[in-house]
Each structure stands twice: as structure tokens, then as C-alpha cells.
Write a protein that binds this ligand. Structure first.
Ligand code: GTP
Ligand code: SPV
Ligand code: MN
Length: 592
């Protein structure tokens, strides 16, 4: 390895606790080499060259996609594996029915067996990283040890890695330990295991995204949500976006949608021509850390520094900002190729696929050319709408929290909760069709409270209680909304155009926040009067908008019954307030 040994020695000296831990992992895993990542550009380029030489990364068309590379994962390793993901608390009930659980001692024993000598012939990379701006009091650090150079490159794009992070760890005196090995990529020997009480993550047998980039879902959501509960903040699966109205008023909103349900797209939307004068600023596209501020408002930082985004569906009409930002210096994973070596995915529109994601000549009989969960990894600074406020150590103040799912039926386009406690129920009642972001069946509606089903690091009953408590700490809590961009007609067409047109809904939400819009008071919450939605130039039929703003009482009665059953699964851990809020909805529905 080309880094001067003195650099590594001086990094190792920065924190004795990190060095001691690296040494214990070294003796367990037996790598040929240990390498401390300094986060420099030269290091990034060197590792990338090594991966190209080993055939693990393929350079793409240098003229049209400069600095872009393709990675093809093992075909059995293409998404998060929720059935192999565990939260190992001492008491099983603390993990809750929403998590898979294993006894911590048993889990550690099993993982030790897997990690023993697993890095023979490999390099052990030490990646000190910081989630959030290096100078923010809300940021938290970790160290990921991995034997995958692909993981190093992705972590370098997605987080702030290297010396600065290690210096902060030395100052903070604490960090999250994340141990990762790709192992043999054998699905039968694949486990993603969390020990929230010890701030530790162990991941074996996958090189893919949320299973392997431990700063992301494992640390910034599962471990962080657990810490946030004890410390009085929230770690959520949310984008953060700033919206400036034509009158020059700027509001920030945070929105939680399940995986592959539109966060990246909403975070960088381009206003439709019919809404001139609006400006959009992206803070984050996947994770928000939210703290009550001294002013009684809720403030948010984006702990990440890049995007690990869904490729399919990205084109100049749906998401021009993303389409432009991934034309250089981007790592593509499991996309297809055109005949002239450009990356291709379903919905790219321009160009045709020639080689599919598995490297075979494209044949529609084999299914989609790009894997439905193919992704791009890109630095946030390449996003044309990226905001400088993303680096502000204080974060940004949040005016509205928005929740939503992918639901072809029932959930209207938008509705507002009556108050914070009702909003916690609304957020908890997200249900969404499963997507390719996790292995398993796609298109099945499942309950996904706060879009955190795969990511809440503790019992949902305690989590809802924590959410209810947070509202009491906020003098000016954000208003809470529910949206659904995915309603379909009987013939399967989307009723709402989505993407940039979603700004029409955000504009209504902001008018509600400013107290300027009225609403229809319904059993489930406040819905817009159609005339208050700006639909100028929108490609939406009058019957569709009526349907999108109608509450179907009988269907909602069934929904309440289903939700009650779901909440009961959590036994005494479920706060009584959640049932009280649900009974409120039931009574309003009964009144008709
Ligand atoms: P994760 O990165 O998995 O957390 O996903 P995400 O929530 O960021 O989802 P993303 O924005 O990447 O969108 C996922 C898919 O939904 C893409 O194929 C998009 O093209 C599609 N999509 C996003 N927004 C809309 C919308 O408003 N309407 C419709 N119909 N599709 C959308
Ligand atoms: C998600 O699945 O919600 C993602 C991709 O954002 S992953 O990093 O794999 O979690
Ligand atoms: Mn996500």
C-alpha cells in the first residue's frame, strides 16, 4: 500500500482506543495488511485504480461520463437483507417485535466464528468517519473496519472520512465500532448484527449498500435512533429540503418515505414551469438527525455527505438535478450498459441497453436490463440544488414533517394531522408497498411506521412514546402531514403526476404552516379544498383530483381496525395515547 508508513503511525497515535480495537480485530481476522484511510483525494484515486486493475470496477465512457465507474455486485447480493438483520439488546423486549433479535452473547459468538481469519490474503481498511459536519455538536463519529475497497470508496463519498474524523473521535472520547467483511458473499453466511447498548455493529457476508456502508443505515439510523431516545433527539429516515416561495419566504421540511418511495426525488425537485419563482435547496436525501433547539423549534442536520440513490426512473423529466449530477465522478452499482459504454437503467429514456446488469447481452426475456435496486453513489456537492446550509453546524429549522408511502389505494394526496400527538399516529400509520430496496416480495403492502420499520433500533412502542415526548419539548413543533404520490386508477395509472409537480402539494403545506390556508376538517385530518391547490398547467384530470382529496369512510374504518391490531402486537410497551388517538379517528369516522 502506497501511503507513507509515518502517516499511518501518526493516525494510529491519535486515538489509543481506536488503535487498541483495530489491533484486536487484526488478531481475530488475520489480514495481510492494515491500512488507515486518511480521506485524501490521492488515496481515493489509488484505491479506485486498484479496483479497476483487479476487474472489480469498470471505467465508463470517458467522454460522456467522465470519472464514472460500474461495479457489478455478486448477483445474490443486491439489496438490504432485513431477515438477516438483528438488533441484539440484553432484554429481547427492548428490540421489540419490529426487529429480529438474538441474545448478545450468542450473536457475538456466532460472529466471532465468521470473522475468524476471514481477512487472510486481504487488506484490513480502517475508516474513521464523521456523520454530520465535523464542527457540529450534533454530529457523531464511528470507525468502520472493512476488507472491501469498494466500501472504502463509497464511505469516502457518503461520509466525511479520514484524519478530521479521527481527531474528533480523540476529542469526543467515543465512537461507534463497525466491523465489516464481505466474507465469501454466501447468503447462508450473511448477518448484519447490531449491539446498540455497546454502540457496535458487525456485518458479514455482504458488500451491498445498507448492509456494508455501516455509517448509513446501521449507524445513522439503528444505533443513532437508540442513542437519540436516551439523549432526547430523533434519528429518522428523512430527506431535508428548503423551499423558497416567490415571495422570498424560505421554509425547511423533512419527509419520511420508505425505501425507494421518492425521498431523493423530492429532495432535489425542479419546480414545474407553472410555478415560477420557487427555489429548492437540498440539505439531505435519506437521513435526518433532529434536535429541539433553544428557540423551541426542531432543527435538522443531514449526517451524510453523498447520495446512494436509486438509478431506475432517473431521467431529465423526472429528476434533472440527479440526471445531471451523475454524469461525472459517480460509482454505479448493478446498472446496465449501452453499446458505447454508458450506464443505462429502465426509465433512462435516451439510449438503449446493450449489456444487462449481469454482464450478458441484453435480452428482454431475462427481465430488466438494470437491477431494479441498481444505485449511484455520488458526492452531494455535485447536486446543482445542494445547499450551503447542509454544512451549518446548527442545522436548519423544520416547519413541517411529512410522512408518506407507496399506496395505490386509500391514502389521499395530502392531509394534515390535528396536532402533534395525532401526528405521531398519522406518522405511525404509514403503510407502503414493498420495493426492490430489500430482498423479498415486491408490491406487498406492509406497515412501516415513520418509514423506519427496517431501521428503528429499538421497540416501536418505546419509539412512539419517545416521539410523543419530543412534541412536549417543542414550543413551536413542526406541523405533521401525510402524502401519497402513488395512488392509482382501476387501470393502474398514477392519478397524480408526481416528481416536480409534488411542489404543488408542498406549496399547500407551507401555506398551512403560515396559517394562510383553510382545509376540509375530516375524520382522518385536514384535507385541502381543491381550489387551494395550485393546479395551473398540471396534467391531472378533475375526477382524479376529486378522488385524491376524498376520504372513503368504509375503507378507513377497515384501516383503523387493521391499525388497532398492529398496535396491540406491542403489548404494554405501546403507549395508551396511541390507542386514544386511534379511537378519536374511529369515533369521527363513526359520526360519518
Ligand atoms: P431509498 O434511497 O431507497 O431510501 O429511496 P428514495 O426514497 O430516495 O426513493 P427515490 O427518490 O430514489 O425514488 C424511488 C423510485 O420512485 C424511483 O424509481 C423514482 O423514479 C420513483 N418516484 C420518485 N418520486 C416519484 C413520484 O412522485 N411519483 C412516481 N410515480 N414515482 C416516483
Ligand atoms: C434504503 O434502502 O432505504 C436505502 C439504500 O437508502 S441502503 O443504503 O441499501 O439502505
Ligand atoms: Mn433510504
Amino acid at each position: 500500500m502506497a501511503t507513507a508508513p509515518h502517516t499511518m503511525v501518526s493516525m494510529a497515535k491519535l486515538s489509543q482506543t481506536v488503535t487498541d480495537w483495530v489491533e484486536s480485530v487484526r488478531s481475530l481476522t488475520n489480514p495481510d495488511r492494515v491500512y488507515w484511510c486518511d480521506g485524501s483525494k490521492a488515496e481515493f484515486e489509488r484505491l479506485r485504480t486498484e479496483l479497476v486493475e483487479r476487474g472489480e470496477l469498470q471505467p465508463l465512457n470517458k467522454d460522456t461520463f467522465p470519472g464514472c465507474y460500474l461495479s457489478r455486485s455478486n448477483p445474490t447480493d443486491v439489496a438490504r437483507v432485513e431477515h438477516l438483520t438483528f438488533v441484539c439488546t440484553r432484554d429481547k423486549t427492548d428490540a421489540g417485535p419490529n426487529n429480529n433479535w438474538m441474545d448478545p452473547a450468542e450473536a457475538k459468538g456466532m460472529m466471532r466464528g465468521l470473522f475468524k481469519d476471514c481477512m487472510r490474503g486481504r487488506t484490513l481498511y480502517v475508516i474513521p468517519y464523521c456523520m454530520g459536519p465535523l464542527d457540529s455538536p450534533y454530529s457523531r463519529c464511528g470507525v468502520e473496519i472493512t476488507d472491501s475497497a469498494y466500501v472504502v470508496l463509497n464511505m469516502a463519498i457518503m461520509t466525511r472520512i479520514g484524519r478530521g474524523a479521527l481527531e474528533r473521535i480523540a476529542r469526543d472520547g467515543t465512537f461507534v465500532k463497525g466491523l465489516h467483511s464481505t466474507g465469501e458473499l454466501d447468503p447462508a453466511r450473511r448477518f448484519i448484527v447490531h449491539f446498540p447498548e455497546e454502540l457496535t455493529i458487525e456485518s458479514f457476508g455482504s458488500g451491498y449498500g445498507g448492509n456494508a456502508l455501516l455509517g448509513k443505515k446501521c449507524h445513522a439510523l439503528r444505533i443513532a435512533s437508540y442513542q437519540a431516545r436516551t439523549e432526547g433527539w430523533l434519528a429518522e429516515h428523512m430527506l431535508i429540503v428548503g423551499l423558497q416561495s416567490p415571495q422570498g419566504e424560505t421554509h425547511y421540511v423533512a419527509a419520511a418515505f420508505p425505501s425507494a418511495c421518492g425521498k431523493t426525488n423530492l429532495a432535489m425537485l425542479i419546480p414545474p414551469d407553472a410555478l415560477p419563482g420557487w427555489k429548492v435547496f437540498t440539505i439531505g436525501d435519506d437521513i435526518a438527525w433532529l434536535h429541539p433547539g433553544p428557540d423551541g423549534r426542531l432543527w435538522a442536520i443531514n449526517p451524510e455527505a453523498g447520495y446512494f440513490g436509486v438509478a431506475p426512473g432517473t431521467n431529465p423529466k423526472t429528476n434533472k438535478n440527479a440526471y445531471d449530477m451523475i454524469r461525472r465522478d459517480t460509482i454505479f452499482t448493478n446498472v446496465a450498459l449501452t453499446a458505447n459504454n454508458e450506464p443505462w437503467w429502465e426509465g433512462r429514456k435516451d439510449a438503449e441497453p446493450a449489456i444487462d446488469w449481469l454482464g450478458r447481452p441484453y435480452d428482454p426475456k431475462h427481465g430488466p436490463a438494470a437491477h431494479p435496486n441498481s444505485r449511484f453513489t455520488v458526492a452531494a456537492t455535485q447536486n446543482p440544488s445542494y445547499s450551503d446550509a447542509a454544512h451549518d453546524p446548527r442545522g436548519v429549522p423544520i416547519s413541517a414533517l411529512i410522512f408518506g408511502g407507496r399506496r395505490r389505494e386509500l391514502a389521499p394526496l395530502v392531509y394534515e394531522a390535528r396536532d402533534w400527538a395525532h401526528g405521531v399516529l398519522v406518522a405511525a400509520s404509514i403503510a407502503s408497498e414493498t420495493t426492490a430496496a430489500a430482498t423479498g416480495a415486491v408490491g406487498v403492502v406492509r406497515r412501516d411506521p415513520m418509514a423506519m420499520k427496517p431501521f428503528a433500533g429499538y421497540n416501536y412502542g418505546d419509539y412512539f412514546a419517545h416521539w410523543l415526548e419530543m412534541g412536549k419539548k417543542l414550543k413551536q413543533p413542526p406541523r405533521i402531514f401525510h402524502v401519497n404520490w402513488f395512488r392509482q386508477s382501476a387501470s393502474g395509472e398514477f392519478l397524480w403526476p408526481g416528481f416536480g409537480d409534488n411542489l404543488r402539494v408542498l406549496a399547500w403545506i407551507l401555506e398551512r404552516c403560515s396559517g394562510r390556508n383553510g382545509a376540509q376538517d375530516t375524520a382522518i385530518g385536514h384535507l385541502p379544498h381543491i381550489e387551494d391547490l395550485n393546479l395551473n398547467g398540471a396534467d391531472v384530470k378533475p375526477e382524479a383530483i376529486r378522488e385524491l382529496t376524498t376520504v372513503h369512510t368504509d375503507a378507513w374504518k377497515n384501516e383503523v381496525t387493521d391499525m388497532r391490531k398492529y398496535l396491540e402486537e406491542f403489548g404494554d410497551r405501546m403507549p395508551a395515547e396511541m390507542f386514544a388517538q386511534l379511537e378519536g379517528v374511529a369515533q369521527r369516522l363513526a359520526r360519518g
